[in-house]
Design a protein around this ligand. Structure first.
Ligand code: AKG
Length: 281
């Protein structure tokens, strides 16, 4: 694990005068230890405490942070019914009074394995779960993991939010489906390889612009046996402006988000309202 760094970015777009609804979001970019849940739980505990000390109101973790992509050992590594994740992260969220978008973890549920996000509010209550819907063939998810079937929207820190996971980024229809419920902030934990990081940045910006919403996308750093990961977590405004980036090292980046910017973004034109579902689905 490399040296851990902190950045504070105040790259908000403040377009509504007198707004007091700034929300500080921590993008927690870590080096996930392959096949080592005990080490990863310890690491995540420390990083959530640090995020709180940096003033975060919401903390976001990367994808599959308990096991990494050690899919051949899920029988021994996956969290049964997500119980350990729920117990540990819920307790931390409550102790720290911190909202947590708990990246995603490998879980075992009803005899199958899933790549699942849990979202906790700052009282430690589980407010939503999401099972990754689109499985990434090149990383063998389709062989080992069952797919989710439902979008997950929720209120967190006073912001109407939705969660997706990694490869879901390539399916704008799925984002639009969630957006119909009115979403102001999308969270996207990932393990996105360095070899396609230019696509990651382009697609995160596109999802923000076309959905007229913020996107907070958190990637990992480090290596697994097949891939190198170089971070580039990023927070993007509805205009497509990059508010903060996590760079290429492990670290926590704090970005301030002003949810009232959505109103201004939609004042000029409202893409969701202007859709033509009579022409397409
Ligand atoms: O779409 C990609 O290029 C990467 C997706 C991925 O790594 C994942 O979903 O885990």
């Amino acid at each position: 694990m490399g040296v851990f760094c902190f950045w504070l970015v105040t790259g908000l777009i403040k377009v509504v005068e007198g707004s007091t609804r700034m929300v500080k979001v921590a993008m927690i970019q870590i080096d996930v230890e392959y096949g080592n849940p005990a080490q990863n739980f310890a690491q995540v505990t420390a990083r959530l405490q640090e995020a709180k000390a940096l003033g975060a109101q919401v903390a976001v973790l990367p994808e599959m942070w308990n096991t990494a992509y050690d899919l051949t050992h899920l029988a021994t590594l996956a969290d049964p019914a997500g119980q350990q994740t729920q117990r540990v992260v819920s307790q931390l969220a409550k102790q720290l009074a911190l909202n947590v978008v708990a990246g995603s973890v490998a879980i075992k549920k009803n005899g199958r394995y899933y790549n699942t996000t849990y979202i906790f509010n700052d009282q430690g209550a589980l407010v939503q779960t999401y099972d990754k819907a689109h499985r990434f063939g090149p990383m063998a998810e389709d062989q080992y993991l069952a797919a989710g079937h439902q979008v997950a929207t929720y209120d967190l820190a006073g912001i109407r939010s939705a969660s997706f996971i990694c490869y879901d980024l390539r399916f704008p229809e799925w984002w639009r489906t969630a957006g119909r419920a009115g979403v102001d902030l999308y969270y996207l934990p990932a393990q996105w390889p360095a070899s396609r990081i230019d696509q990651w940045e382009a697609l995160v910006k596109a999802r923000a612009i076309e959905n007229q919403a913020f996107v907070v996308a958190v990637n990992r750093v480090g290596d697994d046996p097949d891939n190198h990961f170089n971070g580039h977590s990023l927070a993007v405004a509805p205009s497509g402006t990059v508010l903060a980036t996590g760079g290429e090292q492990a670290g926590i980046t704090i970005v301030e988000i002003d949810p009232t910017a959505i109103v201004a973004a939609k004042a000029l034109f409202d893409i969701q309202a202007d859709r033509r579902p009579d022409l397409y689905q």
